[in-house]
Design a protein around this ligand. Structure first.
Ligand code: LLP
Length: 401
């Protein structure tokens, strides 16, 4: 029996499986490519926030990039040191800012002057100095899906160069703010080095201007966005990626910060789902599985491609089909027009590269329980999130008569 069949029998399906050894390997490769400089890799928690995943990141020496106070608290619970935690996001609430400051995390990434004013006010009320970084929108096209492109002026993220400069000057003169970082994040699943290079050059230039104004920036945060291979795309070569940032930073003494999510966990993850039925309406072949868009929404939301393997039927003749879930929406699919062999009830399908933005984007739509998550490490498997029961799903509701 293969590893995946054994896991699906032991824990049931649908199921997420993450190979922690792959995560370790990805982390080491990235760290290695940055070795010519001081660097801090802050894992983007939104991509996979399971506490065991975060604990594993902590053991590797990673920090975390968080976009809600919930994520900050997850990172702290998992043992990520507070001085390695960054809080980003375009709309932080007052209570979130307050709690982040009380927890004395590394820095808050700010996305508007209005937000900076709130942070200053809250810091002064608390009697603390807020370490801040400013997210600069360099207006660069990352050439990725429009929903996950963030570095253009048409996107809601960050501030333009002129506003950023004004904000840094203001922050330097404020007794409640300490501008320590500069940040960009231009999008996700970026497969070329060029957009990163352009953005790094624009920001390094701004950094030099700030140095001339005696504003001492210590952290140069290049965001996340490194693409992975889902199909046949070529992705960003790490060496070239790192070199292009280093050359932009030439002569500048700063710590390089990077916030990868997908790159660290995407390829480590597998979504296991079983065939319920095959159905052919005379026009099209459908493979109906027990997983659905509530478990893994990327194909429905972005038309994202995830390769699908079938256990034990590798060399059999194939025909074209759609792989669909049981949810009452035509958008509930994992793949369209792919080639699969003839399948039977209980055959196991493995949806690949599902470790990033899989479970974290899942929901209880159609009152489906969120699935279990499993870690694989050194050949051992561990349950890292129990499958929800029906009772779990309705636990917070009150049925008034
Ligand atoms: N830093 C910031 C400020 C971000 O907004 C993001 C992702 C990251 C880092 C990590 O980006 P990554 O290295 O994972 O590309 N749900 C979409 C992806 C949304 C990404 C949002 N921001 C998907 O499933 O493709």
């Amino acid at each position: 029996m293969t590893k995946f069949s054994a896991l699906s029998q032991k824990y049931g399906t649908p199921l997420y499986v993450y190979d922690f050894d792959t995560i370790t390997q990805k982390f080491s490769s990235l760290k290695e490519s940055f070795k010519a400089r001081k660097s801090l890799i802050c894992f983007a928690v939104k991509s996979n926030s399971n506490l065991s995943v975060l604990k594993h990141m902590a053991s590797l020496g990673a920090g975390c990039d968080c976009v809600s106070i919930g994520e900050v608290k997850r990172a702290l619970v998992a043992g990520i040191p507070k001085y390695k935690i960054i809080f980003s996001g375009v709309g932080k609430r007052d209570d979130e800012i307050e709690e982040a400051l009380q927890n004395d995390i590394l820095m808050l990434n700010l996305e508007s002057e209005e937000e900076m004013n709130r942070v200053e006010l809250i810091a002064s009320k608390l009697g603390v100095v807020a370490r801040i970084s400013i997210r600069v929108n360099p207006n660069i096209d990352p050439k990725t899906h429009p929903y996950i492109s963030t570095g253009l002026h048409e996107n809601k993220f960050g501030v333009d160069l002129e506003s950023a400069k004004r904000m840094y000057i203001y922050a330097k003169n404020s007794i409640s703010l300490d501008p320590v970082g500069i940040h960009f994040h231009i999008g996700s699943q970026i497969t070329e080095v060029e957009p990163f290079k352009e953005a790094a050059l624009v920001l390094a230039n701004l950094l030099r201007n700030l140095k001339a104004l005696k504003i001492d920036i210590k952290f140069f945060d290049v965001g996340g966005g490194i693409g992975i291979q889902y199909k046949d795309e070529t992705t960003v070569p790490l060496y070239e990626y790192a070199q292009s940032i280093f050359s932009a930073l030439s002569g500048l003494d700063v710590t390089l910060v990077c916030e990868p999510g997908r790159y660290l966990v995407g390829e480590s993850g597998y979504f296991l789902t079983r065939v319920l039925y095959e159905k052919n309406n005379g026009f099209k072949r459908f493979v109906i599985v027990d997983g659905a868009m509530n478990d893994l929404i990327r194909p429905s939301l972005y038309h994202a491609y995830h390769a699908i393997d079938v256990e034990g039927k590798e060399n059999q003749p194939t025909t074209t089909c759609d792989v669909v879930g049981p949810i009452c929406e035509s958008g509930d699919f994992f793949a369209k027009d792919i080639e699969l062999p003839a399948l039977e009830h209980d055959d196991l399908l493995i949806v690949k590269s599902a470790g990033a933005y899989g479970f974290t984007m899942s929901s209880n739509y159609n009152t489906r329980s969120r699935v279990a998550e499993i870690a694989l490490q050194n050949g051992e498997d561990r349950l890292i999130r129990q499958r929800e029961s029906f009772e779990d799903v309705i636990a917070l509701e009150r049925a008034y008569l």
